[in-house]
Design a protein around this ligand. Structure first.
Ligand SMILES: NC(=O)c1ccc[n+]([C@@H]2O[C@H](COP(=O)([O-])OP(=O)(O)OC[C@H]3O[C@@H](n4cnc5c(N)ncnc54)[C@H](O)[C@@H]3O)[C@@H](O)[C@H]2O)c1
Ligand SMILES: [Zn+2]
Length: 359
């Protein structure tokens, strides 16, 4: 078991990572002095697979079940959650436990941030993406019909319990989608992750605990370090956006239907590396290494029908453009990045074409 501390404005919380850690949820909550009243929120699918593990953990009541999947990540579902909290007479001593992927985590976190102006939330992430990324850092929120994650709040969790055993039931495509974010951590911070992935790929795909738990804990450690230093994304936290400029644009122009988030980030990382290589800040060997690893993970959905022009236009509408300036993260060597604020339209379009988009 690995324990990582995250410091947030609201206090420090633990991320507990390891096989079967769900079984210590009750004792971890007690150790964190979290109240006796507990409400679990999950989705039918996740609860059917893993609900029984929580009974062992001391959860004796039926959970609040909402739909997951991106199209349900909206204010309607949050309203249903808030209704349920009211009906259950949740008060400031009530702890809400979010059991699910990033969609459940983001919605439950947001509902907890707003109910009574904030009640504690515990995350039990059940997708690889949620374990290595969304459960840590306190970003919560929902989509607006006109844009993803436009409505939200910072609300740090009081505890995160990441148990890789639950990943056994994750559909292969969802599992792979999380692995692209692990590659990201390798590129921006810990190159041994790249080596480990390359060398243990068959065991990773066989979901062997010994292969997966180290990836999850190394990734959590990096995310924890970064958000501890920069909770509100004033600077350092932006390194987590490596691959996300082009990646988010690909998701937006395909209306979030063609790619899982991680798949779009796979392309986005290649585009970011291509821009760096073209500028002479990124070694070509790093581009080749990441490309080989991404290829090893299997084919990505095609981008051949997407134009570089529309992707560039979508980048202009992105939240990462602050006061007209695009903060672009490029890699300078394995595990090191630099922020560029002068990346041009021409460079982005050239990189987009390099990764397979049409003009
Ligand atoms: N808050 C943050 O910092 C942050 C960071 C990254 C991503 N996100 C958000 O996370 C969301 C994506 O999360 P996601 O990729 O986890 O998707 P998701 O929550 O939609 O889950 C994907 C699918 O996997 C299923 N599932 C979940 N756990 C399972 C399990 N153990 N076994 C079998 N099936 C399981 C779900 O039912 C769902 O159908 C996006 O909305 C994104 O914006 C947030
Ligand atoms: Zn991401």
């Amino acid at each position: 078991m690995t324990r990582v501390a995250v410091s947030a404005a609201a206090g420090t919380y633990s991320v507990v990572i390891g096989d079967h850690t769900i079984e210590s949820l009750a004792s971890e909550m007690a150790a964190a002095k979290l109240g006796a009243r507990r409400l679990i929120v999950s989705s039918q699918r996740v609860w059917d697979f893993h609900g029984s593990r929580f009974r062992k953990a001391g959860a004796d009541r039926t959970p609040i079940l909402v739909e997951d999947g991106e199209r349900y990540k909206n204010l309607n579902t949050v309203a249903r959650l808030l209704d349920a909290f009211v009906k259950e007479k949740a008060d400031r001593s009530t702890v809400v436990i979010a059991v699910g992927g990033g969609v459940i985590g983001d919605m439950v976190g947001f509902a907890a941030a707003t109910y009574l102006r904030g009640i504690p939330v515990v995350h039990v992430p059940t997708t690889l993406l949620a374990q290595v990324d969304s459960a840590i850092g306190g970003k919560t929120g929902v989509n607006h019909p006109l844009g993803k994650n436009l409505i939200g709040a910072f609300h740090a969790p009081s505890l995160v319990v990441a148990d890789p055993v639950v990943l056994e039931t994750l559909p292969r495509r969802e599992f792979r989608a999380g692995l692209y974010e692990v590659i990201k951590y390798g590129v921006i911070s810990d190159p041994t992750l790249l080596d480990r992935m390359r060398d243990t790929m068959p065991a990773i795909f066989a979901r062997e605990g010994d292969a997966i738990a180290p990836l999850v804990s190394a990734s959590c450690r990096i995310k924890a370090q970064v958000v501890s230093a920069d909770e509100r994304e004033a600077g350092l936290r932006r390194i987590l956006n490596f691959g996300h400029t082009v990646g988010h644009a690909l998701e937006a122009v395909t209306k979030y239907k063609q790619f899982r988030h991680g798949e779009a980030i796979g392309y986005g990382m290649l585009a970011a590396l291509a821009i760096g290589v073209a500028r002479g800040v990124t070694p070509k060997a790093l581009y080749d290494e990441v490309e080989a690893l991404i290829t090893q993970l299997g084919p990505l959905p095609s981008v051949a029908d997407i134009s570089a022009k529309e992707v560039y236009a979508a980048i202009g509408r992105d939240k990462k453009v602050v006061a007209g300036t695009l903060h672009f993260i490029a890699a300078t060597e394995r595990g090191k990045t630099i922020e560029l604020t002068d990346v041009t339209e021409k460079e982005i379009k050239a990189a987009a074409k390099k990764i397979g988009l049409r003009a």
